[in-house]
Design a protein around this ligand. Sequence first.
Ligand SMILES: [Zn+2]
Length: 111
Amino acid sequence: MTTHIQRPMTGTTPVNDNDNDNDNDNDTLETPAVELTATLLIGDFESECSNCHMPTLIHGVDRHTDIPGRKPTPGCGARFVNTASNSPRITPHHLRAERPDLPIRGQDNDS
Ligand SMILES: [Zn+2]
């Protein structure tokens, strides 16, 4: 092992450290720090995800993993944290009946 000193630290000449900068570039990844959440919007005939506004299944889904349709399409993956209706005929009672495991969005400040 040969000890090779490139140059003594004289003056203010910046050291060539381009190799070290590569670590910083990896900090901007697509994975968000905060989990993506959405409201399950239940309608008369079909329901949609409030995040991507694409159709979603109502029952048995914790996340928007599938967009029902003619061909299987992956959803945005947002986790459903509450429900809401996009139809005046869907009542809070209906929402609770559909998804008793999820709270109803805006239930506290219903005016
Ligand atoms: Zn979605």
